[in-house]
Design a protein. Structure first.
Length: 290
């Protein structure tokens, strides 16, 4: 029986890396990313456990177990346009005001309180549709307003409402080499780090400084775009979940993976490594596939 994992994408950064992650998973499992239909070559002969991250809406249509959440509509509207037939439209939440959080942790956190009932209904509906829910994965940035503030509130809410379920995050840490236009970025980061320490079982640290260095030094991209860096992140995310999605002898579920990596509960901030790093030919000028 699959141990399902629900993915929550919060904020601009969370939704962008989350979308790249689902594109990568669709590629690995033979699912058309634009309509969720299983490709002809990915029939019953393929031995995988796509049900951990997808559920089957009908005979051929697979839908990600994902919730797309943002306080301003720009990024979500772009995802709706390109992948409207992949995601469940009931699992998309955009603040009615559409004003965002203004890069302010407190604003994002307060709006989480304002919309708690609606967000919890979405999570409950997705959880009830799972046969054996194992936990949640949160994709977000710790420096912005929505990813940090609303993300922090949702971590506390998940820990309170689902105390027996595991929580893992893919947290993007800000670039330390470039000066940020967001004056309160250090405060956003520190306030979020407390919630990551107290409410989360496993934090996968995605360092923007290291990601940009890899893109320039290893992939030889002079000015890496967000799409190229997000593609690199999605490759790491997909690789880190491969044992959950494909048959193997070790780390077949999230609790086994976490138990093998975390010696004591508070030491749960994980760094990632991936090799080899290559860029497909023809992707240097446009959207990358790492």
């Amino acid at each position: 029986m699959p141990r399902e994992i629900i993915t929550l994408q919060v904020g601009q950064c969370g939704n962008q890396i989350g979308t790249e992650f689902w594109k990568q998973l669709c590629l690995e499992h033979g699912i058309d990313a634009h309509n969720g239909v299983l490709e002809d070559y990915a029939g019953e002969s393929v031995s995988d456990r796509k049900d951990v991250f997808f559920y089957q809406a009908d005979d051929e249509h697979y839908v990600p177990r994902a919730l797309l959440i943002d306080l301003e509509p720009r990024v979500i509207n772009g995802i709706r346009t390109r992948y409207k037939n992949l995601y469940n439209p009931e699992n998309i939440f955009v603040s009615p005001t559409g004003g965002g959080a203004g890069n302010n942790w407190a604003s994002g956190y307060r709006q989480g309180q304002d919309h708690e009932e609606q967000l919890l209904d979405m999570i409950d509906r997705e959880a009830e549709g799972s046969d054996s829910l194992e936990g949640f994965t949160l994709c977000h940035s710790i420096a912005g307003g929505t990813g940090s503030g609303l993300g922090s509130y949702m971590l506390e809410m998940l820990n309170d409402k689902f105390p027996r379920k595991l929580i893992q995050t893919y947290s993007v840490f800000p670039n330390q080499q470039d000066l940020s236009d967001v004056v309160v970025q250090p405060y956003n980061s520190m306030l979020t780090l407390k919630r990551l320490t107290v409410n989360v079982d496993s934090v996968v640290v995605l360092d923007n400084t290291a990601l940009n260095r890899i893109a320039t030094d290893r992939l030889h991209l002079e000015n890496p775009t967000f799409a190229q860096v997000n593609s690199l992140v999605s490759t790491v995310m997909a690789a880190s979940t491969s044992t959950l999605r494909f048959p193997g002898y070790m780390n077949n579920d999230l609790v086994g993976l976490i138990a093998s990596l975390i010696p004591i509960p508070r030491c749960h901030f994980l760094m990632t490594g991936y090799t080899p790093l290559t860029l497909y030919e023809g992707d240097r000028a446009g959207e990358s596939q790492v």
